[in-house]
Design a protein around this ligand. Sequence first.
Ligand code: HEM
Length: 528
Amino acid sequence: EKTKPPPRLNETIPFVSNLWQFMTNKRFFITRARTALQESPVVRCRLGPLDLHLVGGGNNASAIFRASCHSDPWILRIMQSAGYMPADIATLTKDDSGRGTIPRPGSTANAAGIALDQRIWHALHRMYDENLVSTQSADALANHFQTAFHQQLVAAPAPPPPVGGGEEWVDDVHIFGTLRRTMATAATHAVLGSLILDVNPGFVDAFWEYERYVETLEFGLPEWLNRSAVRARARFRDMCRRWYEVADRTYDWAADDASDTNWEPAFGSPVSRGLARWAKSFGFSADTMGPLFMLFIFGLHANAITISTWIVMELVKDPDLFRAVKDEVSRAESNTRNDSTARTFDHRKLTSLPLLQSVYTEVMRLRVGVLITRTSTEPVTVAEYTLPKGSIFQAPTEAGHLDEAVWSTAEHPASDFWAYRQVTEKETRDETTGQISKELEFSFGRRSGSWFPFGGGLNMCPGRNFAKPEVFLAVATVISNFEIEYVAWLKPDGSPSKRPAQNDANYASAVAAVPDRELKVRWRKIKD
Ligand code: HEM
């Protein structure tokens, strides 16, 4: 039995400097935390008024993914700062029974025997499981996304070629900008329907305006310090609210059937109707619907599009890798082409390709940086420390994702992008011909516990099963429908940069780091 408390992250000015550093330079703070976590599996740290326990990767992080640790108090804070009405926050706060099927021991629901469908967190969790996590729903969303993305990116007419210029080449393609516009439009269409885009001209631009401020807004800086952030959020939230009101009036709720899996224009997919139904059934006010959908749309777009961009950037940087992945994805082309020139994919085959999976794992490992935060409702043992009920834990994904002991190979330290890190070469012998062929095989091996870009446990990202095919489809569509030539890396002011993109330290991103350089290419559609 250990009674000694975990060591503390030292502070130059006690009680103040860690918070200050966290707010002004989150990456640097996390690097310090990660270094301290190499020495001890748990490190105490005071962040302003909060007493936190930082937790390292591997088995230590999985200790906080158990059902007795949850992030609902943190999610409530985000909901509140996004603008949920106080009465609806109170409804959520009142239910202390958690997301699991079995109410938390000692909770009110447990004592009073409250029915499952009246437990608001559990109802949300089950709604996500049915309409977003399930294979059937992730499949439907992926298929719809592919069609819509194709229309945005490939079927859309190219600008007319310059007079006498190289026909069909589009010369000024900005990869990040293009994916932000086309993927956000397509994923919005697939998940939330077409009405939201129709009633809100400039919806996608307004989203990205808001997105860059989400992290700062969460700190609740005084509004006068943060005026443009508050304005950007209000503008996007109003768009969500305006759409919701029209959708709610248009959609035939009376004919609505909870098992309905079809897409329709007003709400789009079942998860979007499910969210609305969940909120209505707990009596949420109309004013909460704007912030509710605003946060959901943030979860939908903020990371998947950035991750897809990083993958395309890695491929363009390395022509051999580009060719290898392009070859590989051709094995996942679907038989039916939706027009004579278009390449479309079977997303299940696509997401099981070894090399592309390895690239995806690697990009997520290096580009996702999030502090997975949990509060314990029971005493929790992490490594040799047993910490009391009510402890706050933060596991920085970096502590797992950049652990040299787990990830490095003789030639490729954990800090490097190495496309082939997660594949092994397997020899197979053809029974009849006796010929030996080599094939790549994807495997996490013992590394899986140190990779948690989606978090874990009951609070794990409910979008994970759609995010993966979405990213793979976006990358495959880009690299197989266009012939792409590298032109330049661009600084934010549009001038050329001598180096490729790195994580943007000035962009307060909640999960996936944002590239600080744009990639400019020229491309033309491949016809055959
Ligand atoms: C590469 C893409 C993505 C990454 C890296 C990512 C990552 C995360 C992480 C780390 C969390 C917190 C998990 C925890 O605390 O354990 C989260 C929560 C969430 N994500 Fe994702 N996500 C991605 C894509 C998506 C997509 C496509 C959707 C929607 C379809 C989505 C919807 C959500 C929602 C709604 C939550 C909050 C759930 C709650 O109520 O607790 N995410 N995501």
